[in-house]
Design a protein around this ligand. Structure first.
Ligand code: MN
Length: 480
């Protein structure tokens, strides 16, 4: 990647002046001039590659410039003072944030690891762009991992699959998450990876015909370009198939892995129009429809999901979405961040959308023991969500396994604190009842009732646990 290529790609989505970006390029190249990577390449090749990934996510100039210089403070003679004077507070803060994460030493011991994760998230909480740069850095290191000794490969892959990939998932940057997982998988279990990769390629080649049939059939019923759309097939990431094999204790041949298709259109109304057409042409699989447009996931993901049966009897999983939603699903928060400078298409609701992230970080800060933190981190990261209705018809997303206590705290702290039970679909239920998607839940409270210690093992979300701990601590029932 050369500078003019980078600028060209940047200008495809931004009108920002690139003086700073150009200066950052020269500055970083000069600063790393005497360094080489394990591959024998100039070190700067890595910096340019990280910037290229960031431009791929359509990040703003400051972020791309910081990407070019992300290792300058760590690996060169440039001091913090000089750097700050050269590039100003904003870019300095981004690079210093990345450097801080770099300095965290991860040990394989669980407790220590958890504590570092926590520090890392808190350190980066101030500006989410820091974590996006760090993820791009890690992605490029994973892409070039074959040049490092085996021991290093294992260590870095383990860290990537257990920390960075879940973080990317949490931020909704699925493309990055999938690539990180598959690269880690390749280094951690090379034999399994090779065999699975060969089998999967064969299966997907055989499905090309099925995809084509679907496209033709859909076209036939969409008379003339009334509804603009494009149809993409979706390659599943290998690691998620591997995980499914382990979970179900089955070989690849017995894993049900439906053909994934995406239909992308221009507007929300056309998403529903396409859904109608799809359902009238193909037989929908009962219970498979989910509307993530009306109720987006916590990481901002939106799409209509449905599964249908092809003439051959194979199940096809379909996601229908707008171009905007597609971008969000690929780039997650990164897709929204670039609008922060008031550029065209600024997302007025961004703050609101990012609220869960801030709140989540606040909750995490409240959890004092590393083990507590690691558990919440894992639970809240679970992609699978359930949707629970309030008596007023509002919908609250919760992780699978959530209980009425979790639900109560999403409504109000006082409701949570005084919860004594719940009515689930009009039947009395205990506070440890596992809620299911679509349940209508009404919390029963009693004045003067209070949280108990055993609630900590009942509540599944970081939010609820944090409120409970806070109450118990304030009432002297919990020492830490
Ligand atoms: Mn780096």
């Amino acid at each position: 990647m050369e500078l003019d290529e980078l600028l060209k790609k940047f200008h495809e989505y931004s009108t920002q002046d690139t003086t700073v970006l150009e200066y950052a390029w020269k500055y970083s190249k000069e600063a790393h001039n005497d360094q080489k990577r394990a591959s024998g390449e100039m070190y700067f090749v890595h910096c340019a590659a990280v910037a290229e990934i960031l431009v791929g996510y359509r990040m703003d100039q400051e972020t791309v410039a910081a990407g070019l210089m992300h290792d300058v403070l760590e690996d060169t003679k440039i001091t913090h003072d000089i750097f700050r004077k050269e590039f100003g507070e904003e870019i300095y803060a981004l690079v210093a944030g990345v450097t801080k994460i770099e300095a965290l030493k991860f040990s394989s011991r669980d407790e220590a690891q958890a504590e570092n994760w926590r520090k890392m998230i808190l350190a980066t909480a101030k500006d989410i762009r820091v974590i996006v740069i760090k993820l791009a850095d890690r992605l490029h290191n994973m892409r070039t991992l074959n040049f490092l000794p085996r021991e290093k490969q294992l260590e870095i892959s383990h860290e990537t699959i257990s920390l960075y990939a879940p973080l990317a998932q949490r931020l909704g940057i699925f493309q990055l998450k999938s690539e990180m997982e598959d690269l880690s998988f390749k280094f951690l279990f090379p034999d399994e990876y090779q065999s699975l990769s060969a089998k999967a390629q064969l299966r997907y080649a055989m499905r090309e015909k099925l995809l084509e049939d679907f496209r033709v059939e859909l076209e036939k019923h969409l008379d003339g370009g009334q509804v603009p759309h494009r149809v993409l097939s979706r390659a599943k990431n290998l690691y998620s198939i591997y995980r499914k094999m382990l979970r179900q204790e089955k070989p690849f041949e017995e894993i049900q892995d439906a053909l994934g298709i995406r239909v992308i259109t221009d507007s929300v109304i056309n998403c529903y129009a396409l859904l109608g057409t799809v359902h009238s042409v193909f037989k929908p699989v009962a219970g498979s429809f989910t509307d993530y447009i009306a109720v987006p996931k916590m990481n901002l993901y939106q799409s209509l999901h449905t599964s249908v049966m092809a003439a051959s009897g194979e199940i096809i999983e379909i996601q229908i979405r707008t171009e905007d939603m597609h971008r969000t699903s690929e780039y997650g928060i990164a897709a929204h961040w670039r609008y922060k400078m008031g550029e065209k298409g600024a997302d007025k609701h961004l703050d609101e959308k990012l609220n869960w992230l801030r709140q989540w970080i606040e909750w995490l800060q409240d959890l004092s023991s590393p083990r507590e933190f690691i558990e919440s981190f894992k639970t809240d990261l679970e992609l699978d969500q359930i949707f629970i209705f309030t008596p007023k018809g509002e919908v609250k997303p919760l992780p699978v396994g959530a209980t009425p206590i979790d639900f109560a705290y999403t409504i109000h702290t006082d409701i949570g604190n005084t919860c004594i039970g719940a009515k689930v679909n009009n039947k009395m239920a205990r506070i440890d009842h596992a809620l299911k998607s679509g349940d209508l839940c009404e919390i029963v409270t009693r004045r003067n009732s209070a949280p108990k210690k055993d609630w900590l093992s009942i509540a599944k979300t970081a939010g609820a646990r944090s409120h409970i701990r806070k109450y118990l601590r304030e009432h002297g029932q919990l020492q830490d």
